[in-house]
Ligand binder design. Structure first.
Ligand code: AMP
Length: 809
């Protein structure tokens, strides 16, 4: 294995060295007096995540992935269960985690100056230690933690390195979340074999176009994914790659998908295995025109097909699949009852244990294994393992629900969805049900349909007859005419209805709570592109999957209804909100691509003011004071980023608004992010020569005589009027702000445009007056361009570097 490959991965197109971060994390973890620590991993999909899980294993500790996208209640349930000794996280998640937990902000480590001596890169060889605990759906309503011992993980990796095989010449694309155990292959196998790892971030790994382009541009030779992801790539037009080894597993591989994949790759492997037996337990190289099989056991793994009396079935007869060998989990975390039920003594080899998978299988005539389905209520929906009982338990926590059955059904063509069948004590709206479930369950466990029944039909065994549960009604939504007469809003609404196959959609509903899922999201955005001529980045859609937001974002940056727009494709990390404009910040946002979200925020207050004056509903404070405007801006920002400190930037008057907004954030959150003020001049810092004073008086007289006149059309004030009004309001607001503003706690960063056009006889102090408004320092960056020029190339790169340095400080 080459040291080079071991310590680097490719992320956002760049080689990232993460060995130093591993060292830093190892050293911090080693400060704890013991090993065998349970370490929570609450991290975004970045190189830091790869460094963190490696550091856990090197130091002989256990990593426990926690998905920041899962609802807080679910994460807390796991944290209460595990009580981790420490949690590795990012600074922006600190406030989301329990205050009494021990947390390490890995970002603060990476900017640490002191580089400790490198630690040994060998994984701890303590054969008893647990490598990871992965939580999976639990039938009684609580997720259960599967504990995988180090030897099980080592055995799995060694076996995979041989077959399907990975060498130092390979380039592997990692797309799977670490809370799904198949990520173990993607993260650790390249490191073990010296192959180069290419890590996609969260949005990229959901987006077929990003995956397709990564496969080609990085010349990837191995990628592993669930059937649903491969299907998504094919549907998105992926043409394939001759030298690609496709690993497909986690759910049944259909013959159709196998054919389509074989047409597009060098090798196709069907991988089978439950989390409880360490990722994959049987594998098969798929050949054309041969029935699909889950193949043969991997190294040091035994399989048994048994009947209900634990006797081996005859060749070709269906039975329960049991797995034994080195891959077996050490059981479920703190759940001896559950462990005992499925990890049972091996009736054929005393002293050993076998795991009851719940899968029904049989030997085919040629001796290979065929998977026939499940014998229990565990299902796979889009690759996610779900115990139906967990959703049913969550529904029953509502008093209005007397009985609940959740069952997978094919309602929409080619797609398996969860349907909840309910007997209600009192009617509950679907919205209430969804809201309730989303607090407890991840998106993929929220049923797409809710069907109310008076009673459940029973089968001859007296059990609920799941096979004959009625299918929910869906509607084929068709377009009358060619759609040319529809407004943009009507067009978007139509596409939503067609994709979700339902009429009852209101424009404030969340796509993922009314039957939408990641596959449909890709389809939706493609259709919105084709039918509405609108490009909506998948990442931005995941952040705001609501029609109203989509319509607002659909309008151009100059549209007056627009307030907040994500300007890059990045959704992870503490955002930077740039106030006072949208388009003007797009080049700056591009410099932060893949690092943090950058939003443009524009509050069309001049127009709202005019409108409110005309209606007589004016809130003077809000419109004519900087503080009031800051409150209004912050209200809009909070729709996108409900809580927590964030970084704020503003140019010109928006710099002052940013200043007040930053104070409000500190007051509400107890901390603020960094504050950047771009070329914003405080009147009190203005110096005038005697001539300058006369000149300035003349200008202001001229200005007054040109005060805003009556709008030509009351409902549609013309642009000149709006601009005059804006100057007028802004001048008033700045004058008052300059007199009443009180200092902010901590530092301010000021970016000065050096080619400012000042009036005759006018000059400003270097800090533009901001030293008087801070208890800390004013850090100044000077750029040789004007007001707006500093936001464009070439200066924007320097500006972005300055911002990054201060934010990472
Ligand atoms: P998980 O623990 O999430 O890996 O899910 C394990 C279950 O997924 C297995 O017990 C099977 O029911 C199903 N499964 C995984 N891989 C395959 C496969 N290649 N073919 C059929 N079913 C599979």
């Amino acid at each position: 294995m080459t040291k080079e490959a071991m310590d680097t991965l490719v992320y956002h197109g760049e080689k990232v060295e993460f060995g130093n971060l591993i060292n830093l994390i190892c050293h911090r973890i080693s400060e704890f007096p013991k090993t065998g620590l349970n370490v929570g991993i609450y991290l975004d999909r970045t190189p830091a995540l790869v460094a963190a899980v490696n550091a856990c294993l090197i130091t002989g500790n256990t990593y426990i992935p926690l998905d920041p996208d899962h609802p807080a209640e679910r994460i807390n349930m796991i944290l209460e269960d595990v009580k981790p000794d420490l949690i590795l996280t990012h600074g922006h998640y600190l406030s989301k985690l329990p205050s009494d937990s021990v947390k390490i902000d890995v970002d603060s480590l990476s900017s640490d100056e002191s580089v400790p001596e490198p630690v040994s890169r060998e994984f701890c060889q303590d054969r008893e230690s647990i490598a990871y605990i992965i939580f999976t759906s639990g039938s009684t309503g609580k997720p259960k933690g599967v504990m995988i011992p180090r030897p099980a993980m080592d055995n799995f990796l060694d076996s995979m390195a041989k077959k399907p095989g990975l060498t130092a010449n390979d380039r592997l694309l990692a797309v799977t979340t670490v809370s799904f155990d198949i990520s173990v292959l993607e993260i650790f196998l390249p490191i073990r074999t010296g192959a180069q790892l290419f890590l996609l971030d969260k949005n990229e790994s959901h987006d077929p176009d990003s995956i397709i382009s990564a496969l080609d541009s990085y010349d990837i030779t191995v990628m592993q994914a669930t059937p649903v992801t491969w299907r998504m790539l094919i549907d998105a037009g992926w043409k394939g790659k001759d030298n690609l080894k496709v690993l497909c597993g986690g759910e049944a591989l259909t013959p159709e998908l196998a054919e389509e994949l074989l047409d597009r790759c060098g090798e196709l492997w069907n991988m089978y295995g439950p989390t409880e037996t360490t990722v994959w337990s049987t594998i098969e190289k798929v050949e054309r025109d041969k029935p699909i099989s889950i193949g043969e056991p991997i190294d040091n793994t035994e399989i048994y097909i048994l009947d209900e009396n634990m006797n081996k079935v005859l060749h070709g007869v269906e039975g329960d699949l049991f797995i034994g060998g080195k891959g077996l989990a050490a059981g479920y975390f703190k759940r001896p009852d559950l462990t005992e039920k499925v990890f049972i003594p091996n009736p054929f080899t005393p002293g050993e244990t076998i795991y009851k998978t719940g899968d029904l299988v049989r030997y085919m005539a040629d001796g290979r294994l065929e998977c026939l389905g499940r014998s229990d209520f565990q299902v796979k929906i889009r690759g996610f393992r779900i115990e139906l009982g967990e959703i049913e338990s969550a529904l029953l926590t509502l008093d209005e629900i007397a009985s609940a059955v959740v069952h997978p059904q094919v309602v929409r063509k080619g797609m398996k969805d969860l349907v909840a069948y309910l007997i209600e004590r009192k009617p509950v709206e679907e919205r209430v049900l969804v809201e309730h479930l989303s607090r407890i369950l991840p998106d993929y466990m929220i049923p797409a349909y809710f069907v109310r029944l008076d009673k459940f039909l029973l089968n001859t065994n007296g059990k609920i007859d799941r096979k004959n549960l009625p299918l929910p009604q869906v509607k084929e939504i068709v377009l009358e005419g060619n759609g040319d007469d529809l407004s943009l809003k009507e067009k978007i609404l139509f596409v939503w209805k067609r994709v979700l196959q339902r009429e009852d959609i209101s424009t404030d509903q969340n796509f993922f709570e009314i039957g939408g899922n990641s596959i449909l999201a890709v389809q939706l955005l493609r259709e919105i592109g084709e039918f509405c001529g609108l490009t909506v980045p998948l990442g931005a859609f995941f952040m705001n999957p609501v029609i109203d937001d989509m319509i607002n974002q659909a309008k151009s940056g100059s549209d007056k209804e627009m307030t907040v727009l994500l300007l890059n494709n990045t959704t992870e990390g503490v955002p930077l909100f740039c106030l006072g404009g949208i388009d003007i910040y797009s080049e700056l946002a591009a410099c932060f691509e893949g690092e943090r979200p950058v939003y443009g925020v524009f509050l069309p207050y001049e127009e709202q003011l005019i409108d409110n004056i005309q209606r007589g509903t004016i809130d003077e404070w809000e419109y004519v004071s900087i503080q009031g405007m800051a409150g209004a801006y912050l209200r809009d920002i909070r729709k996108y980023y409900p809580q927590g400190p964030c970084h704020i930037l503003g140019v010109s008057i928006a710099g002052m608004i940013a200043f007040e907004a930053s104070k409000l954030i500190k007051a509400n959150e107890g901390a603020r992010g960094e504050l950047f003020i771009l070329d914003s001049h405080l009147p009190h810092a203005r110096r005038l020569t005697p001539f300058g004073k006369i000149y300035s008086a003349l200008r202001s007289l001229k200005h007054r005589s040109g005060k805003p006149g009556e709008p030509k059309n009351k409902l549609n004030p013309d642009q000149a009027y709006i601009e005059a009004m804006r100057d007028f309001i802004n001048d008033q607001a700045i004058e008052v702000f300059d007199k009443v503003a009180t200092p902010i706690d901590g530092d301010i960063y000021l970016i000065r445009a050096l080619t400012n056009v000042y009036s005759k006889g006018e000059s400003f102090s270097d800090d533009l007056g901001w030293n008087d408004l801070t208890s800390g320092q004013v850090g100044i960056l000077e750029l040789p361009d004007d007001h707006m020029g500093i936001l464009n190339q070439p200066h924007v790169v320097k500006l972005a570097d300055f911002l990054k340095e201060k934010i990472d400080r």
